[in-house]
Design a protein around this ligand. Structure first.
Ligand SMILES: NC(=O)c1ccc[n+]([C@@H]2O[C@H](COP(=O)([O-])OP(=O)(O)OC[C@H]3O[C@@H](n4cnc5c(N)ncnc54)[C@H](OP(=O)(O)O)[C@@H]3O)[C@@H](O)[C@H]2O)c1
Length: 327
């Protein structure tokens, strides 16, 4: 698979990255460990070697699955994980409760970041993390304190690059006063363009890589989510705006219009949605979730080709016609 540089670093990443949230099961109606391990191994086989996970995905489970899947193949993989969302202790900064009522807190204090890094290294069965990202901002901890921890991990060689996720421009600016921030991980797809006015130009101007998460709009843009699909109770998608019946109906009509564009390239809708992100900027690595080897293989086909400028304009036109999801 084609490669790209992660921002201004010398780390070469695959143009498509594998996201391992659903693989941890949590908030995605459970997981099948065997399929999950097979999916990650298949990703490495097809060159999708940039792999993203987080401790909170399944409370350690996703990281453990990744650790198992990459055993013996660590050198082939660029491994990204995160810190700052905790479930095992309370902090002053409550983040959210999941559907089982488990409370998740934000904690980017120095002590916690250093502790989480050790936990992740253990679960991932590795000596180093290629990209270590703050999962969400913690506005109760000074940027300087968090960066002190991240800079120390860099110096120790335990991490190779520092990233943030779900940060505003102001929050990125605060962090960058205290050291390098090599990447951002925001939400981005054809149907979610919120980062275009400010965050994307900021990353571009400062040579930061962008891991665009949920590029398939969590399955909608694959055309395989139907109006009558039933999601398990704890599937996080139930509450997402585009998954509400009236919005989903409109989104699926939009997806119908994309079919001839995908067909003109002999590609699937998922591949088109992934390629659309790749085409937006050299900085981008679409971060695509998958649950099984079949999805991985299909998603890998999102790289190594390009939509034309005319097609990109047409897609923008369809997006404008569609408009935002209704509340
Ligand atoms: N930093 C953050 O706050 C944050 C937030 C969200 C995500 N992320 C990261 O970004 C990654 C990707 O985001 P995401 O999982 O939310 O959304 P996504 O990549 O847009 O959608 C992934 C889901 O779509 C379905 N799918 C994937 N490939 C498919 C294919 N070829 N055909 C049909 N269905 C397919 C699968 O679910 P089904 O099979 O169940 O339909 C899969 O779990 C995550 O795994 C995580 O690493 C980060």
């Amino acid at each position: 698979m084609e490669k790209r540089r992660l921002g201004n670093t010398d780390i070469q990443v695959s143009a498509v990255a594998l996201g391992c949230w659903a693989i941890g099961g949590w908030q995605w109606g459970g997981t099948d460990d065997e399929k999950a391990v097979a999916a990650i191994r298949k990703a490495i086989d097809v060159g999708m070697v940039f792999i993203d996970t987080a401790p909170v995905y399944g409370f350690g489970h996703s990281e453990e699955i990744v650790g198992k899947a990459i055993e013996g193949r660590r050198d082939e993989v660029v491994l990204a994980t995160k810190c700052g969302l905790v479930w095992d202790h309370e902090t002053r900064n409550f983040s959210f409760a999941d559907k089982e009522g488990r409370a998740i807190y934000r904690d980017l204090t120095k002590g916690n970041v250093l502790k989480e890094a050790e936990d992740s290294l253990r679960r991932l069965k590795t000596d180093w993390i290629d990209l270590y990202q703050c999962h969400r901002p913690d506005d109760m901890t000074p940027a300087e304190e968090t960066m002190e921890a991240l800079n120390l991990l860099l110096e120790q060689g335990k991490i190779r690059a520092i990233g943030v996720s779900n940060f505003s421009v102001k929050q990125m600016e605060d962090f960058r006063k205290h050291g390098p921030v090599h990447s951002d991980q925001p939400r981005y797809s054809m149907l979610d363009r919120e980062i275009e006015p400010e965050i994307l130009p900021y990353c571009r101007n400062h040579g930061m890589g962008v891991l665009a998460y949920s590029p398939l709009e969590q399955g909608i843009l694959t055309g395989k989510v139907t109006l009558d699909r039933k999601f398990p109770e704890d599937d996080y998608r139930i509450d997402r705006p585009w998954f509400q019946k009236k919005n989903l109906k409109r989104a699926l009509e939009f997806v119908e219009k994309l079919k001839p564009i995908a067909a003109a390239h002999g590609k699937s809708l998922a591949q088109l949605a992934i390629n659309w992100v790749i085409c937006q900027d050299e900085l981008m690595a679409p971060l695509v979730g998958a649950r099984n080897p079949e999805q991985v293989v299909e998603n890998a086909g999102g790289a190594d080709w390009r939509l034309t400028d005319e097609e990109l304009r047409l897609i923008d036109h369809y997006v404008e016609e569609l408009g935002p999801p209704e509340e």
